[in-house]
Design a protein around this ligand. Structure first.
Ligand SMILES: Cc1ncc(C[n+]2csc(CCOP(=O)(O)OP(=O)(O)O)c2C)c(N)n1
Ligand SMILES: [Mg+2]
Length: 361
């Protein structure tokens, strides 16, 4: 006897196409004030990245990973989240971080080597930037499990990862544990088609990343990651499932890294411009602006004003970043104090050596 043991499918969602046209059947009815807030932060993130690129090229900032082109994939989920939800990002979610109350100067400080830039004073539930690929998924899963264990019924954790990160064991361990224990955690894969210079097709033979959820019996969905409405809708649905005790969700946001991996590499060396160019037409900012205009919420004068505000905000933060660096307020040996919760002899020795070598009294 042979029969189907189980059948699976992988849904795909797009609500706004690349011209900003709305598929009414799936319209999540984002309130106007929320839509305007979202566009604001997407513009702020774009301006912030543009400025960081210039600062880095001028030698005023260390290397950093631009999120240009991926604003919808991380800002729309941040809009759906509550302050009480935990945010475990990777390193390409600048817009979402600002939406969680992180001052832009923090990102500048962090990428110039100051650990103080990792402290979000407005949101203790926003975890620091994770460079160790995929580790944040395990932390988010553990935290969400602990929150439920402690009786916080409505709290979810949202973890971000890249397409490359899905090849790490941590990704699979987090999905497995979260599914078995019905943990209220959401995994958002920003599939930007590249992991440094490794293209998606060399990363995985899977036709979608969303299908990786099937192995763990987790609901998985592939979404147009440059569509803010689709991203907001699926994140809301996943949060609702998590809050109801129905467990985790895997969201694959199909997007594109329009710039280099970090300012330390030259992407023109490993990918043709013919591949990159069409993605500029799918820019989430262009698409969302067209949508706002179609709803009569936006016009040219509002657009000009918003960019002026973004530039003024970014300039003021850059000024503060440069002031604080010179002020001596921050301590370069700060990380030694926070590596473990309690003191550790070897770390203390290293700390003393660091202070001696750097002439710190
Ligand atoms: C555990 C681990 N291995 C390797 C690296 C080096 N590394 C940094 S970013 C990166 C690629 C990440 O690609 P992806 O997950 O697609 O995220 P993206 O950079 O595209 O946002 C690698 C291999 C790392 N930071 N951590
Ligand atoms: Mg990637």
């Amino acid at each position: 006897m042979q029969k189907e043991a189980a059948t699976f499918s992988v849904p795909y969602l797009q609500v706004l196409d690349e011209h900003g046209a709305l598929d009414r059947k799936f319209d999540p009815r984002m309130p106007d004030d929320k839509a305007l807030e979202l566009y604001k932060w997407m513009v702020y993130a774009r301006e912030a990245d543009d400025r960081m690129l210039k600062l880095q090229r001028q030698g005023r900032l260390g290397t950093f990973p631009p999120c240009i082109g991926q604003e919808a994939a991380h800002c729309a989920p941040a809009l759906a989240m509550r302050e009480s939800d935990w945010f475990a990002g990777a390193f390409r979610e600048a817009g979402a971080r600002m939406m969680r109350g992180e001052p832009y100067r923090n990102l500048l400080l962090y990428y110039n080597g100051w650990e103080e830039g990792n402290v979000n004073p407005a949101s203790p539930r926003t975890l620091p930037i994770y460079v160790i690929i995929a580790s944040q998924l395990l932390h988010a899963t553990g935290i969400a499990y602990a929150m439920r264990y402690k009786g916080e019924k409505d709290t979810c954790a949202v973890a971000f990862i890249g397409d490359g990160g899905t090849s790490e064991g941590d990704f699979h361990e987090a999905l497995n544990f979260a599914s078995v224990w019905k943990v209220p955690v959401i995994f958002i894969v920003q599939n930007n088609q590249w992991a440094i210079s490794v293209p998606l097709k060399k990363q995985t033979a899977s036709r979608t990343i969303a299908q990786k959820a099937i192995a763990y019996d987790v609901p998985g969905i592939q979404v147009d990651g440059n569509d803010p409405l689709a991203m907001w809708k699926v994140t809301n649905e996943a949060l609702e499932r998590g809050r109801k005790g129905e467990g985790p969700t895997l969201i694959e946001a199909v997007t594109y890294r329009l710039k280099m991996h970090t300012t330390a590499d030259d992407d023109t060396k490993y990918r043709p411009k013919e591949e990159v160019e069409p993605w500029w037409k799918r820019d989430p900012l262009i698409r969302f602006k067209a949508y706002l205009e179609s709803k009569k919420l936006w016009d040219d004068s509002k657009e000009t004003k918003l960019w002026e505000e973004a530039k003024a905000y970014v300039s003021a933060e850059v000024e503060e970043f440069e002031r604080v660096q010179k002020s001596g307020e921050f301590k370069p040996d700060e990380p030694f104090k926070h590596l473990y919760g309690t003191q550790h002899t070897v770390i203390e020795q290293q700390h003393a050596e660091f202070r001696r070598l750097n002439g710190l009294s």
